[in-house]
Design a protein around this ligand. Structure first.
Ligand code: BDR
Ligand code: CA
Length: 308
């Protein structure tokens, strides 16, 4: 039985791709739409990649809405140096056989929320928060409809991965993140503090490879390309699998532990822009995840993606 329906807001990205595959493989979750945002690579690549993943899995019934082309205020900063020029280097995804929805991603989020009961909507952004911030700015009536926003982004006690202080999704659109953080929506954050503990080791990739399905072959191709950046940069045995943490938490919240906090983001000073931090003694506006049971997490990812 589906326990939660949700929108995934994403900039695929190999780790975004695994997050989408994990959600597709999870009977507890129903993906009502995918909205895309410029981030790891520009539009239209992120939208093409979302379509390619749905074509690969035979799930083109799920609508794809192309969202924002650039952050709210800043120039788009992309990460081909991590993900390759297509965003999903390491595999070639199939061509879509359906068209992208004519509804913009921001409007798709707004309509989805307005059509739902108060406190019922789950949004899973795993890229820069541009679409979510724009939706809140365009139609603040969506705020009470939202049960929870679960975001991969930020770095609190952990150093940044894009600047010394800033994680990529936070750095790309700190203004949108500020809108979301100050909106009053219930927020659960998966920052580098926790994702850097979810290191995908060669044995995890080999276990997925053993399934030998089309999806497993594509996923392994992407993961083998994706891991080389962090392995070289940090001299570690595997790359952190960031975005799937959000989906794994929805399937099994016992995989993660965190704490309530008041979070904020620097969106003003260029030297520290994108730095996420906690403000002590202020009313909590978020839960920050800090620990993951990595073995159980990878077991879930491998078994479920392998089952597609
Ligand atoms: C985040 O940035 C992107 O490169 C990944 O897809 C992930 O969402 C990690 O900092
Ligand atoms: Ca992402």
């Amino acid at each position: 039985m589906k326990e939660r329906s949700l929108i995934i807001d994403t900039d695929p990205g190999q780790d975004d791709a695994i997050a989408i595959l994990l959600a597709l493989a999870s009977d507890e979750l129903q993906i009502d739409a995918i909205t895309t945002v410029a981030g790891n690579v520009p539009q239209p690549l992120v939208t093409d990649n979302a379509h390619g993943l749905l074509a690969l899995t035979g799930r083109e019934d799920i609508p794809v809405h192309r969202g924002c082309e650039r952050p709210m205020l800043r120039e788009l900063f992309t990460a081909e140096y991590v993900h390759g020029p297509t965003g999903v280097d390491g595999t070639e995804l199939p061509e879509a056989s359906v068209a992208t929805s004519s509804k913009h991603g921001v409007d798709a989020i707004i309509d989805y929320c307005l059509g739902a009961e108060d406190g019922s909507v789950t949004l899973c952004p795993v890229g820069p928060l541009t679409n979510i911030g724009m939706a809140i700015a365009k139609e603040p009536k969506i705020i009470p409809r939202i049960r929870e926003i679960l975001w991969m982004g930020g770095a609190f006690t952990e150093p940044g991965n894009t600047t010394e202080l800033a994680e990529f999704n936070a750095y790309v659109d700190p203004h949108a993140a500020h809108v979301v953080f100050t909106s009053g929506v219930p927020l659960t954050i998966f920052p580098l503090d926790v994702t850097h503990r979810a290191l995908m080791l060669p044995r995890h990739i080999e276990a997925l490879d053993a399934f030998g399905t089309d999806v497993a072959v594509a996923a392994v191709g992407m993961l083998r390309f994706y891991e080389r950046y962090d392995v070289d940069k940090y001299d570690i045995a595997g790359a952190p699998l960031h975005d799937p943490c959000v989906i794994a938490y929805l399937v099994d919240p016992t995989l993660f532990t965190g704490h309530a906090a008041h979070v904020a983001i620097d969106h003003v000073n260029e030297e520290t822009i994108g730095n996420t931090y906690e403000i002590a003694d202020a009313e909590p506006n978020a839960t920050i995840m800090t620990e993951v049971d990595a073995e159980r997490f990878f077991d879930l990812v491998v078994q479920r993606v392998g089952s597609l």
